[in-house]
Ligand binder design. Structure first.
Ligand code: ADP
Ligand code: MG
Length: 348
């Protein structure tokens, strides 16, 4: 049996973001803090110009502790996480979860409702079946009856949330949950909040490609983000965005996939069919105030595809930018709310 070629995140970093370091010699030096979390890397840049002296080792320790808590609550890979406990629970049993897990679950359910189920955190077992979850299964294309069987337990409506005290109930014991498409965005927001509490106001936080910017990079210059061209063996900047006090998340079919017999299978699953998405949308970037929302919305729009996704964005006044495959090229498309970010220098 032919094995899949598994191309992990480290190999295929084609749709990604780069903060452009076009600093002049007189620029304020940036402080960089980097590490790993949630199976990916994080990078923080602080423009420390007028701020008090920063002890970056102490700050990194605080950030790592904060990210450690979020990962311990929301990881699909940790047996004691809220996510794993909900996934193991019996039908109709209330499972207590942390407040912040409830925040993420509540937003996830809201995005599921507005996206008509394109975003669905109960899709996890199909993610596993297709070889992208904690239990790798890269042997063969899954059998259709297995997909059908798992589809019967997918459905965000099968989860019930209660805020006080925060707890979750499933209508079927077999349902599992997976916050992989929203938790990174939440973690970005949480680190930004921590930095603000530390009296820092000019920074960029990036976790696995999801970003938030606050204040300026230096003086009156905003943070500049480059969106890379979605080609596997080429690194070039496709778009420059000037961002201030906004979050940005990108979802793409080039970052995490496997190939078999020349067919590429994405890690984003369409909850309506149980199959990895297959269309011409190569990447979608969403700009929002909250990175948690941007992250989930990017995945939802990725599932919808170029036409439905753009109609959805315009209906909900979302600022989105798409790269759509057309023959051998990538065509840019953007929603009405995205226009302020196009070709502008120092826009919000
Ligand atoms: P991308 O940045 O490409 O959207 P994310 O890391 O945000 O990727 O999310 C992808 C992960 O989300 C998958 O690995 C899987 O665990 C989960 N996932 C896949 N399909 C869906 C879906 N339709 N709704 C919610 N989560 C999904
Ligand atoms: Mg996402």
């Amino acid at each position: 049996m032919k094995k899949f070629i598994f191309l992990g995140v480290a190999v295929v970093l084609a749709v990604t973001v780069i903060y452009l370091n076009n600093q002049s010699p007189t620029s304020t030096p940036l402080i960089s803090i980097a590490g790993t979390t949630m199976g990916t890397s994080y990078h923080i840049k602080l423009a420390a110009g007028s701020e008090a002296k920063i002890d970056s080792a102490a700050l990194k320790a605080k950030i790592d502790a904060r990210l450690g808590v979020i990962d311990a609550e929301m990881s699909t890979y940790k047996e004691q996480s809220d996510v794993s406990q909900v996934s193991r629970a019996a039908a109709d049993a209330w499972v207590p979860v942390a407040d912040e897990t409830m925040t993420v679950l509540t937003t996830a359910q809201e995005i599921s409702r507005i996206s008509d189920g394109a975003f669905d955190i109960t899709v996890g077992q199909l993610v596993n079946l297709w070889g992208f979850g904690p239990t790798l299964n890269l042997e063969d294309i899954p059998a259709q009856d297995k997909i059908k069987q798992l589809l019967s337990i997918v459905g965000y409506q099968k989860l019930e949330l209660q805020a006080h005290p925060p707890q979750v109930k499933k209508s079927d014991a077999h349902i599992t949950i997976d916050l992989s498409a929203i938790a990174k965005g939440y973690a970005v927001d949480a680190v930004a909040k921590l930095l603000l509490e530390e009296q820092l106001s000019n920074f960029l936080v990036e976790i696995g490609g999801e970003i938030i910017t606050h204040g300026y990079k230096e003086h009156d210059k905003p943070w500049v983000i480059g969106i890379e061209s979605p080609q596997a063996n080429q690194r070039s900047i496709r778009k420059r965005l000037y961002l201030q006090d906004v979050a940005m998340a990108t979802s793409g079919d080039y970052r995490n996939y496997f190939e078999r017999d020349g067919v590429r299978y994405s890690h984003t699953i369409d909850p309506a069919t149980g199959y990895p998405i297959k269309h011409t949308l190569a990447s979608v970037t969403v700009i929002e105030d909250s990175c948690m929302r941007a992250d989930a919305l990017a995945t939802a729009i990725m599932v919808m595809g170029p036409d439905k996704g753009m109609a959805f964005a315009n209906r909900h006044q979302l600022a989105i930018f798409m790269l759509v495959k057309q023959n051998d090229k990538f065509i840019e498309k953007y929603s009405n709310a995205f226009t302020p970010y196009l070709n502008t220098k120092e826009v919000k």
